[in-house]
Design a protein around this ligand. Structure first.
Ligand SMILES: *[C@@H]1O[C@H](CO)[C@@H](O)[C@H](O)[C@H]1NC(C)=O
Ligand SMILES: *[C@@H]1O[C@H](CO)[C@@H](O)[C@H](O)[C@H]1NC(C)=O
Length: 397
């Protein structure tokens, strides 16, 4: 009698435990772009740290060998020599590229609207800066006397004023060697409220907004990456490291600086550091988040650092731009960055301090943050709370 009660208790406990594991697993899979693959492990110091190279034919680097593929991206990548050139004089070229893409995909009309829009303009990658009325850019380049060690490049959207302000008040606040910039598309456009004058005021007030004249939607995030890389080449070529993060990330900036300064120089030179997904596969549930049709892309994703936040070596900027001109467009910015690194023959490095599928309900427990470098997503309020917490005298764990 007693024992059957015990068994009942035990089985109930096991069921609950199973349920908890399942819920954690599904919530994590939901937050990430891909069906979960194994997390990357930190490669040993003996693994190769090659210099970037860009072979004449990228097929082998990008795993596009073997029988002719059926999916559009894979076919495109095999035959692609270079995307139509960057300047606006060739806009016809990039539009034509999009129209050809649509024509070559048999079920194009069944694609989700944002993917169709992406493909039609994916090769159009050069956009002018968006400048407030009355003109004038409010962002200074890096002066020779003041080259940042770490540039915090934060992808935001015009309406996300509170997220930006929380970053300025916390992990992006002024510190020696650190510079903060937000990357945004146009604050006006396509039936949206016109935030132009508000954003112009913010830009004058803080001088930390890099704005370009394109529609600010998630599938245009790769434009922010590429336009930033081009800006760096012109205005800040000697920056040592660039953190690319979303505006709902939280970064323990002092700990990240410490980690970067302690890296072996050979790692630091080709750095691509974050939470790494390896062997991730595209999600195939039509209508679901991050859906990728089988007729568009086949195979696994490259190993890539989650777009919630990752760090690259600044000297790779021109290399990544050159690679991007020859890697077929892909709608997710972080997967695309992973493809470009793979094209250059560079491997991402995983660090357990990057948490980019942070369940919102997880308690802010001081001991859980001992080795934290970055968490995402976090609300502006939670970011402020956590920043204060990290600066309070620490209880022993
Ligand atoms: C690259 O090499 C593959 C074979 O590995 C070939 O099918 C493809 O046509 C080549 N691409 C270019 C652009 O030369
Ligand atoms: C990205 O921005 C360009 C320029 O504003 C626009 O033509 C394109 O449709 C946008 N992409 C998406 C996916 O909406």
């Amino acid at each position: 009698m007693r024992c059957s009660k015990c068994l009942l208790c035990l089985s109930a406990l096991l069921t609950l435990l199973g349920l908890k594991v399942y819920i954690e697993w599904t919530s994590e899979a939901r937050l990430s772009k891909a069906s979960a693959g194994p997390r990357g492990v930190l490669p040993g110091p003996t693994s190769a740290c090659p210099e970037p190279t860009l072979p004449a034919n990228l097929s082998a680097r990008l795993g596009q060998t073997g029988p002719p593929p059926l999916a559009y991206w894979n076919r495109q990548q095999r035959q692609l020599r270079a995307l139509p050139g960057g300047d606006s004089a060739e806009a016809g070229g990039c539009q034509a590229w999009g129209a050809a893409a649509a024509a070559q995909i048999p079920d194009f009309t069944s694609y989700p609207e944002d993917l169709r829009r992406f493909l039609l303009s994916a090769a159009c990658r050069s956009f002018p800066r968006w400048l407030p009325e009355g003109g004038g850019s409010h962002v200074a380049g890096c002066s020779a006397a003041d080259v940042p060690y770490l540039l915090l490049a934060v992808k935001s959207e015009p309406g996300r004023f509170a997220e930006r302000q929380a970053v300025r008040e916390t992990w992006g606040s002024p510190a020696p060697g650190v510079r903060l910039l937000f990357l945004l598309g146009s604050p006006a456009g396509e039936g949206r409220p016109d935030l132009g004058s508000l954003v112009a005021w913010e830009s004058r007030r803080h001088r930390d907004l890099l704005l370009w004249d394109f529609l600010d939607v998630p599938f245009n995030r790769t434009l922010k990456d590429l336009l930033l890389l081009a800006w760096l080449g012109r205005h800040c070529p000697d920056v040592a490291f660039v953190l690319q993060a979303q505006d709902d990330a939280f970064v323990h900036t002092p700990a990240l600086l410490g980690h970067l300064q302690a890296l072996p120089p050979s790692w630091a030179r080709s750095l691509y550091l974050g939470e790494i997904f390896t062997q991730a596969k595209p999600l195939r549930k039509a209508g679901g988040p991050f859906y990728v049709p089988g007729s568009f892309f086949e195979g696994d994703y490259p190993a890539y650092a989650s777009g919630g936040g990752y760090v690259i070596a600044g000297r790779l900027a021109p290399w990544l731009l050159r690679a991007a001109a020859r890697v077929a467009p892909f709608p997710f910015d972080d997967v695309y960055t992973g493809l470009c690194f793979r094209a250059l023959g560079l491997v991402p490095r995983a660090h357990p301090g990057f948490h980019t599928a942070w369940p919102a309900h997880r308690a802010l427990d001081s001991c859980a943050f001992q080795d934290l470098l970055l968490v995402q997503p976090l609300s502006p309020q939670h970011s402020i709370g956590l920043w204060r917490h990290l600066h309070a005298p620490q209880p022993r764990c």
